[in-house]
Design a protein around this ligand. Structure first.
Ligand SMILES: [Zn+2]
Length: 224
């Protein structure tokens, strides 16, 4: 239970720190946490993406936290600041939902597909889903679930789930965000009418119909 967290998360605020221009350096009240997955395999690759944009552009698309596969928690910018992490084109006046939320990117390759030549192999997205992720026999490394056009999703290591649990608990305490999850039957839904007024812990798929993070492999029970 989030209410029963006694151990504070260890947060690395130095290794991957975004320059001030890569987020909006304005302190705002928070009443929402939004979970994402990175569709990648390391926090370092996230940092590279966000600091080496094509042409040196500054987009201020980022999240305050990235949780690596080994459970390491990296703070990319101060959690009371904000950045454009939702990419909503409707129902988000003045980026209201980006401002009021703390974004957490969880390192995870995301959706998987069966290899076209080896049906006992699951691949992740690079090179048109041709990069091997695991064997179909490694049933602890993926879940089978139909969601937004995909059928397989990579699982999250236990140590990483525990780190996210501690981090969300800590952020709820710090910002007085309600320790509330969406109703079980709405967690996979895109529903701006509901989620624009939701306070608690939600995920990107609730704010965008074209996103599948944090996806069906995420264990919401770990935060319940
Ligand atoms: Zn996302």
């Amino acid at each position: 239970m989030l209410d029963q967290i006694t151990q504070q998360p260890t947060v690395d605020t130095r290794t991957f720190r975004l320059p001030e221009g890569e987020y909006v350096n304005q302190s705002v009240p928070k009443d929402l946490i939004v979970l994402h997955f990175t569709a990648g395999t390391s926090a370092r690759s996230v940092y590279s993406t966000w600091t080496q944009r094509p042409g040196g552009a500054v987009s201020r698309v980022a999240t305050a936290y990235v949780v690596d596969l080994d459970g390491s928690i990296y703070e990319f910018f101060p959690a009371d600041r904000w950045a454009y992490h939702l990419g909503m084109t409707v129902r988000n006046p003045a980026s209201f939902n980006d401002r009021r939320s703390v974004g957490i990117e969880i390192v995870n390759p995301g959706p998987l597909r069966l290899d076209s030549d080896s049906p006992d192999q699951l691949n992740w997205w690079p090179n048109s889903f041709s990069n091997r992720w695991c064997a179909i026999s490694e049933t602890d490394r993926y879940v089978r679930a139909d969601y937004r056009g995909y059928r397989y999703f990579a699982t999250f290591p236990k140590v990483q789930v525990e780190a996210v649990r501690r981090l969300t608990g800590h952020l709820c305490d710090r910002f007085q965000i309600p320790k509330v999850l969406p109703p079980a039957n709405r967690r996979n839904e895109f529903d701006p009418n509901f989620y624009c007024s939701f306070r608690g812990i939600a995920s990107h798929q609730n704010f965008r119909a074209d996103k599948c993070d944090v996806g069906p492999a995420w264990n919401w029970g770990s935060l319940a």
